[in-house]
Design a protein around this ligand. Structure first.
Ligand code: ZN
Ligand code: ZN
Ligand code: FE
Length: 762
């Protein structure tokens, strides 16, 4: 008896998503040849196409692999299968890219070292043993080395390095993990490390010598993936103190790199969320609650009860950490407020007063990218800074732009956003747009992204604040449609975008300050918003802002103003914050009452006032410090809340002065900071829920979006969400797009696209 082979089937498969430059073709080739299928695979402007012919079950297995187990760096959005007539051909091949192809995702983010590469650098018999620049199609530098498109070696900062025969063989072998890996290299042909003391070259193995210096308490500038870091022994009190002093950074906690995941358990409270974030292939800095007695020098966290830790993400970091053996401070290589140094000359010039030595290489960094930061607490994860490893991966938007849009962002934690079709490219972290260096880095990066993504914006969206450098930049662009987007509308829109929703929703936007539609300083807003428009339906009761920027830096001044507004002359006898600022207390109160003082609905300033009253912080060294430290005093075990009234006039108002009266009452009786912080969080959450419920009753809306920098406070997010859920309301929170001003540019872009789309229709 003879068994007849089943008739072959032939299909065309279209794969869309992030499928180019991520090793997709060798992956398909490997599977197809393993399954003995005939056909080919190639790239074109629409993604990857496959033709496969063979037994039906084998074809099914291939399609399943495409959907379920794509390469590590790929993101498969859709797989479409179309049947074709069998041709009875043999063999499988990779076809050349279609010449007309304009890839929609030409540049992918930098990716942390994969396990295969890690194995090689730890294998004494491998030719890449201890080689700091090892990479493959599944890992390594991408965005930071890309000079222009198409993404080919000649267009990257690897162009100066000719491949050796061994590397070239891997590069051309479709079955090899390094097939078409543009930065492929090895010790024979690739970049090299060098250690320098000033201009003097240090002999010996650069890694061993660096470890010896770090062991001796030195500060070493280390050229990383997206810029220079400053490194020192995180357990050496004197070394960390020296770094703080030289860097002129007194307050902001330093990030720490750990040799391995085992160390995380010693340093921080590890739960499944923390573990997932730490081992995420994008390797962000993970901010989590610190363990007591963790052995870190106290100056690492500078009084903060949380610590930011990360795992090694380049071969250089793996080798350095393996040699050093315990945690290393790894903070961005800059003096306070400047962008991270990434060009070699510039780094030496700017960091030579800080670093004792430089661990460098001859591979240029084309674009800077700071480390990304996520925060994990109470079972929730939020992105604080979306940069290295994330940017420039496109994010799907709930709106399809008719014309390309540039969102220029805000001022602090600046980013910009390019929106084309339904995809947004959110830039890496640029920094605070307050000095020339940062502004230059911002304008250069916008031009670079426009080139990489072949986008010429026809619409430019900007913040209404007339003094923001980003707004000025936007308005100076000629020949485009300008669309101004109110700051808190942009916040809520960014939250909608992050959740793939068009609205309308009830938006709660709490932040430091944003320019209001009426020219006032907003920051505690309840909006009814969709992508096109926002209506201010509620806010915090305004408090005086005595002295503008000074009051922002000195929370005790907000305390004086808030006390003045809340209790007038009925100040309690026991008020420690007043005792600490006796001389200026009454002048500041008088200023708060005068017409010279602006007023603000800012939730951030309310946190400031409470932090100073609770003896948590009088002077802030960085934005949000008082609020962060106040949140850290929150204690579930403390009973009680402050009763906070909500006025249900035409515009719903949360009575901030009620909050202050509650706090002052507790302070008068000598209550602990933890009690005040806890009752404050609960009282504010109660009031927000009551106000939102009232808006919901009036509008019939049942979905609530929480945005703005204050909602990086996961305790507040948790308390508000819990209360809203109890009322049957659905809550949208930020996930990948930061809730702080780094998300403003996306919000602006989607609003502008939606407004433009609506105008077309009408
Ligand atoms: Zn790899
Ligand atoms: Zn080589
Ligand atoms: Fe804001």
């Amino acid at each position: 008896m003879t068994i007849e082979a089943p008739a072959p089937v032939r299909v065309h498969v279209r794969v869309r998503g992030i499928v180019q430059g991520v090793g997709f073709r060798p992956f398909v080739y490997g599977h197809a040849t393993g399954l003995r299928l005939a056909g080919h695979v190639g790239n074109d402007g629409d993604g990857v196409f496959v033709e496969a012919e063979g037994p039906a079950h084998a074809v099914d297995l291939l399609v399943e692999a495409l959907k379920e187990r794509p390469p590590r760096l790929a993101r498969v959005d859709s797989v479409t299968v179309t049947p074709l007539t069998p041709l009875h051909r043999q063999g499988f091949s990779i076809v050349d890219s279609v010449a007309a192809a304009v890839p929609t995702t030409p540049v992918t983010p930098d990716a942390a070292t994969c396990n295969d590469c890690l194995r090689e650098i730890n294998d004494p018999l491998d030719r890449r043993y201890r080689y700091a620049f090892t990479n493959c199609t599944n890992c390594g530098p991408r965005f930071t080395i890309t000079i222009t498109v198409p993404y080919d070696r000649a267009n990257t900062s690897m162009r100066a390095f000719g491949m050796c025969g061994d590397c070239a063989a891997e590069y051309h072998d479709p079955a090899n993990r390094r097939f078409h890996a543009q930065p492929v290299c090895c010790p024979a042909c690739g970049p090299r490390l060098a250690l320098r003391h000033g201009t003097r070259h240090v002999d010996g193995d650069p890694l061993d010598e660096t470890v010896a210096l770090l062991d001796a308490g030195a500060i070493v500038a280390v050229k990383g993936l997206g810029g220079y870091h400053l490194a020192c022994d995180a357990t050496n009190t004197a070394a960390v103190a020296r770094l703080r002093e030289r860097k002129h950074r007194e307050h902001k906690p330093f990030a720490v790199m750990l040799p391995s995941i085992k160390w995380a358990h010693r340093l921080i409270h590890v739960d499944p969320g923390v573990l997932a974030a730490l081992t995420d292939r994008r390797r962000p800095i993970v901010v989590a609650a610190a363990q007591q007695g963790n052995g870190l020098a106290p100056a690492v966290t500078a009084g903060n009860l949380a610590v930011g830790v990360m795992l090694p993400y380049t071969p250089l970091h793996h080798l350095l950490m393996a040699g050093f053996g315990h945690p290393l401070v790894l903070t961005s290589g800059n003096a306070a407020d400047e962008p991270i140094a990434h060009a070699d000359d510039d780094a030496v010039a700017r960091l030579s007063g800080i670093a004792d030595a430089f661990l460098v290489s001859d591979r240029p960094i084309h674009s800077r990218a700071d480390d990304s930061v996520v925060r994990v607490d109470r079972g929730r994860t939020v992105t604080i800074r979306r940069s290295r490893g994330y940017a420039p991966e496109p994010i799907a938007m709930p709106v399809v732009a008719r014309r390309p849009v540039l969102g220029c962002g805000a001022e602090l934690k600046s980013t910009f956003c390019l929106l084309r079709g339904g995809q947004a490219v959110l830039s890496h972290h640029i920094g605070d747009l307050e000095n020339f260096e940062t502004l230059q880095s911002y304008t250069e990066a916008i031009a670079h992204y426009q080139r990489l993504f072949a986008v010429t914006p026809e619409i430019v969206a900007y913040d209404l604040h007339p003094d923001y450098l980003s707004s000025k930049h936007a308005l100076a662009i000629d020949g485009v449609t300008h669309i101004g987007v109110q700051h808190h509308h942009a916040h809520i829109a960014s939250c909608l975008a992050d959740n793939g929703q068009p609205g309308p929703v009830i938006g709660v936007a709490f932040d430091g300050t944003g320019y209001g539609a009426d020219g006032m300083l907003w920051g505690g807003e309840i909006l009814v918003a969709d992508l096109c428009a926002a209506d201010r339906v509620g806010h915090l009761e305004p408090l005086p802002l005595p002295g503008g920027a000074v009051a922002v830096r000195q929370p005790w001044r907000m305390a004086a103003a808030a006390v003045d507004a809340a209790v007038g002359e009925d100040e309690p006898e026991h008020l420690p914050v007043r005792a600490r600022h006796t001389e200026l207390w009454h002048p500041v109160r008088a200023l708060a009452r005068s017409e010279l003082s602006a007023s603000t609905t800012s939730a951030g300033r309310l946190f400031d006032a409470v932090a100073a009253l609770a003896d948590v912080r009088d002077i802030a060294g960085y934005e949000g410090q008082a609020a962060i430290e106040l949140e850290q005093r929150y204690d579930d075990a403390v009973p009680g809340t402050y009763p906070v009234g909500v006025d249900d006039g035409e515009v719903v108002t949360i009575r901030s002065t009620d909050v202050i009266r509650g706090v002052v009452g507790d302070v008068a009786t000598g209550a602990a900071a933890a009690a005040i912080a806890t009752r404050f969080h609960r009282g504010l959450a109660d009031a927000v829920a009551t106000a939102v419920e009232e808006v919901s009753r009036r509008t019939g809306l049942r979905v609530v979006a929480l945005s703005g920098g204050v909602f990086q406070n996961l305790t507040l997010v948790d308390l508000v969400s819990e209360r809203l859920a109890r009322r049957g309301l659905h809550v949208l929170m930020h996930r990948e797009i930061p809730a702080n001003d780094a998300g403003i540019s996306v919000g602006q872009a989607v609003v502008a696209a939606a407004v433009d789309g609506r105008e077309k229709k009408s």
